[in-house]
Design a protein around this ligand. Structure first.
Ligand SMILES: Cc1cc2nc3c(=O)[nH]c(=O)nc-3n(C[C@H](O)[C@H](O)[C@H](O)COP(=O)(O)OP(=O)(O)OC[C@H]3O[C@@H](n4cnc5c(N)ncnc54)[C@H](O)[C@@H]3O)c2cc1C
Length: 252
């Protein structure tokens, strides 16, 4: 099996905000839609549209205050969607443990896996011998996959619907495909969920692949909502990989 593309994370959608009329409140100039929406939702709780507290009159101070006091609900109104490619099935499985996200994942039952590629973990990729070992094992798994696919298709020969026959054969044969097989996922979530995902998956305790994904998402989201992700600091670990940690004590 060939080596998959590098991890690719692209922002494909995020919240647009249309301020309502009749409140007397206008978004602050230069503030992103996501952050104006979160401010509006927070102020709607108290109808504090006239910005009565000078300490939280500015959008960034207001959002920081929401996070500091744990008033996280307003963050749930702003959303972002990423398209992630070059991620292993193993890391995709970790990503999907986060229950407040919505997912659409490449189907191994419908999409031909004959051209599937593998994501090689960094610790293996930097050692030629280990890389060869992994790629050989992946090739063997691939060989067995093809054998199973052919045998299953023959056993299902009575099924007149060719598409169904192929799907049933693939869904059984994929059992032999490695955890390293590349996957592709559309993932959507509100900004509270993205913050939580980054808080737990960008730490040094997380697996390197999902940590790399979390740090990449943090960089993307820092453009969508700079203040809401400003408490996360990206740091480099001794092995050259990156992690991120929030300066806020209470997260979520
Ligand atoms: C370093 C690390 C190691 C891990 N190792 C393992 C492992 O060995 N085995 C394993 O199975 N998993 C493991 N996990 C996964 C972990 O246990 C969580 O399932 C995963 O990180 C999802 O995060 P979450 O639990 O915060 O839930 P999310 O789904 O991200 O939900 C966000 C928050 O919503 C709340 N919430 C959501 N659902 C519920 C609920 N049903 N009840 C109460 N509160 C809820 C919680 O406050 C939760 O923190 C590991 C995670 C990390 C970061």
């Amino acid at each position: 099996m060939a080596i998959a593309r590098q991890l690719d994370v692209q922002l494909i959608a995020h919240s647009q905000f249309t301020p309502p009329s009749g409140t007397g409140w206008e978004p602050q100039d230069g503030v992103s839609d996501a952050e104006s929406l979160v401010e509006f939702a927070g102020r709607a709780c108290y109808e504090s549209f006239d910005r009565p507290n000078p300490r939280t009159a500015e959008n960034d101070a207001y959002l920081r205050h929401l996070m500091e006091v744990g008033h996280h609900g307003p963050l749930e109104h702003a959303h972002a969607t990423m398209y992630v490619r070059g991620i292993s099935r193993a890391a995709a499985n970790e990503l999907m443990r986060h229950r407040h996200f919505s997912f659409s994942q490449l189907s191994q039952r419908f999409v031909p896996t004959e051209s599937a590629e593998v994501v090689v973990p960094q610790a293996i990729a930097e050692d030629e011998e280990l890389k060869r070992l992994l790629l050989n094992a992946a090739d063997e798994a691939r060989f067995v996959y093809d054998e199973l696919l052919d045998a299953l298709e023959q056993r299902l020969a009575d099924e007149p619907n060719a598409l169904l026959r192929r799907k049933q054969a693939r869904q059984a044969a994929r059992a032999i495909l490695p955890n390293a097989t590349e996957s592709r996922v559309v993932v959507s979530g509100n900004l509270r969920t993205w913050r939580h995902f980054i808080a737990v998956r960008a730490t040094e305790h997380a697996d390197l692949e999902i940590r790399t994904l979390a740090v990449r998402c943090l960089r993307v989201l820092s453009d969508v909502a700079p203040t809401l992700f400003a408490d996360f600091q990206i740091q480099q670990l001794a092995d050259g990989s990156e992690m991120a940690i929030s300066s806020l004590v209470s997260e979520m």
